[in-house]
Design a protein around this ligand. Structure first.
Ligand SMILES: *Cc1c(COP(=O)(O)O)cnc(C)c1O
Length: 485
């Protein structure tokens, strides 16, 4: 069994084994002609059920053959140009290389004595990101598992900074967090985890472009303080998950300043603009934030996980600091030993930063920005196609790379029937595997969604998928007419 341990004597087996895996994936990528096979849960579950985990195959080739059946054959492939659904990007090769290196060396970024150079590399990338944002000389941050954790940590810091009373046992039910009605659900989840009251998150309506209405925000902030409540934080979303819309950051910054509220910018999606060569101005005002969430695994073309939370004032990260004698005793702070665990919600933590490092060292930030600009341009073209297409109703001209639309045949007037046709079209398309699209609700009605993150997707792909959707929707409506007769 020792032959499976990665060490000085097994270097050759390591090379062979990983190369075999890489060959399988490379062959798969080269021959995948659809983003999905359309496999059903019922078809796939028995294959996985049948695997006896207590009877190992004992052989890499056999395990990879089995993996073909239980995973590789039917996985959802984000690199395919007709995968248009969620915020998943195709990944860049330098980052995948970084992933291979980081898992083999297996540094843990909690303490200097478990990572050495990894700690400094992560710190340099955090500084690079805060400079791109413009957070100023006292800024800091830490890599996290994703936007959900980044938002949670940001709101933890905001809560600790806002706690009314000095005894540290303040009335948390008085704290209020303001976020638009289309902000990410992790804001509400965080409020719950942070022990805030059930009414803690105040939902602010959005305008026609799905941007937080600042007049409504000002009104709610005033109401909150008049009622003796504490405006703990405003979450501005720079790139909503559903629409890619960007809240008016400068106006929100003004209001935060006026009411002493922590300004958190959830840039999980829109952070790609930090590298943009053309559209950086769309997130102007982000430099005024107290904290920012970025998901490199969404718009920097990085493999999951790769995210960070950045803060204007490094001192606020102390709210996540606990010392353990065995790990990061207080004296290490005096000795200036850099222990990232002092800033993190996690303890053992992956060296995800290496992926971004390799990306920047091979491609450079402009390379990433150019790819993100391309998908933003593609979305603008897609919007024109949809706006000119009488079969479709499209909402919101894109600020990033998302298109939300709905099939609306002239012959059908019942909106509920149109809902069902759109829901059916999404399901039928998924089952066919020809393309994968997402869906959401707008004003109570079912819409479909393209999240464009693949620069290889063309306007021809968009047109073709729109035809496929229309075909499925028409089939549904035709059959439902038959059913009615
Ligand atoms: C995706 C997303 C999140 C959550 O990030 P994860 O990396 O999935 O945890 C938070 N906010 C916004 C706006 C997002 O789009």
């Amino acid at each position: 069994m020792r032959s499976h341990l990665l060490n000085d004597t097994t270097a050759e087996q390591y090379r062979r084994s990983v190369t075999q895996g890489v060959e399988r994936v490379a062959a798969k990528l080269a021959t995948t002609d659809r983003p999905f096979t359309g496999v059903t849960v019922d078809a796939l579950a028995p294959l996985i059920d049948a695997v006896d985990l207590d009877r190992p195959l004992g052989d890499t080739t056999a395990a990879l053959d089995e993996l073909e059946d239980v995973y590789l054959r039917d996985a959802i492939y984000f690199h395919h140009p007709r995968y248009l659904a969620h915020l998943n990007c195709p990944v860049v090769i330098p980052a995948v290389l970084g992933e291979a290196v980081l898992s083999a060396v297996n540094s843990s970024l909690d303490t200097w004595d478990q990572s050495a150079g990894g700690t400094l590399i992560e710190r340099k990338l955090i500084d690079w990101t805060t400079r791109r944002i413009g957070l100023g000389p006292a800024a800091d941050g830490v890599f996290t598992s994703g936007g959900t954790q980044s938002n949670l940590q940001a709101l933890l810091l905001a809560r600790e900074e806002a706690k009314p009373g000095r005894d540290g046992r303040a009335d948390l039910t008085k704290l209020r967090v303001f976020a638009s009605e289309v902000s990410h659900f992790s804001v509400k989840k965080s409020a719950k985890l942070l022990g805030l009251g059930p009414d803690a998150v105040v939902s602010i309506p959005v305008d026609h472009d799905k941007r937080l209405q600042t007049v409504a925000l000002a009104h709610e902030l005033a109401r909150c303080t008049e009622a003796g409540l504490v405006p703990m934080a405003v979450v501005a979303t720079a790139g909503t998950t559903d629409f890619g819309s960007i809240d008016p950051l400068p106006e929100i910054a003004e209001l935060c300043q006026r009411y002493g509220a922590w300004m958190h910018v959830d840039g999980a999606y829109g952070c790609g603009l930090l590298a943009s060569l053309k559209y950086r101005d769309r997130i102007d005002g982000i430099e005024r934030a107290d904290s920012v969430t970025v998901d490199y695994h969404k718009s920097f073309f990085q493999p999951v996980s790769s995210s960070a939370v950045l803060v204007r004032d490094a001192a606020t990260l102390r709210h996540a600091t606990y010392h353990a004698e065995y790990l990061n005793p207080r004296r290490m702070v005096e000795e200036r030993i850099p222990n990232q665990v002092d800033k993190s919600l996690q303890t053992t933590r992956r060296f995800d930063a290496l992926k971004l490092w390799m990306t920047l060292r091979v491609m450079g930030a402009d390379g990433i920005g150019q790819l993100f600009d391309e998908v933003c341009d593609l979305a603008a073209e897609g919007w024109k196609l949809l706006a000119a297409d009488p079969r479709y109703d499209v909402v919101v001209e894109p600020s990033l790379s998302t298109l939300v639309f709905r099939y609306v045949p002239a012959s059908v007037t019942d909106p509920a029937e149109i809902d069902r046709a759109n829901l059916y079209a999404r399901k039928a398309l998924f089952a066919s595997g020809d393309a994968v699209v997402a869906g959401t609700k707008v004003a109570g009605r079912h819409y479909l969604k393209f999240t464009l993150l693949n620069p290889e997707t063309t306007t021809a792909d968009i047109s073709a998928v729109l035809d496929l959707i229309a075909g499925h929707a028409e089939q549904y409506l035709g059959e439902s007419l038959d059913r009615a007769c």
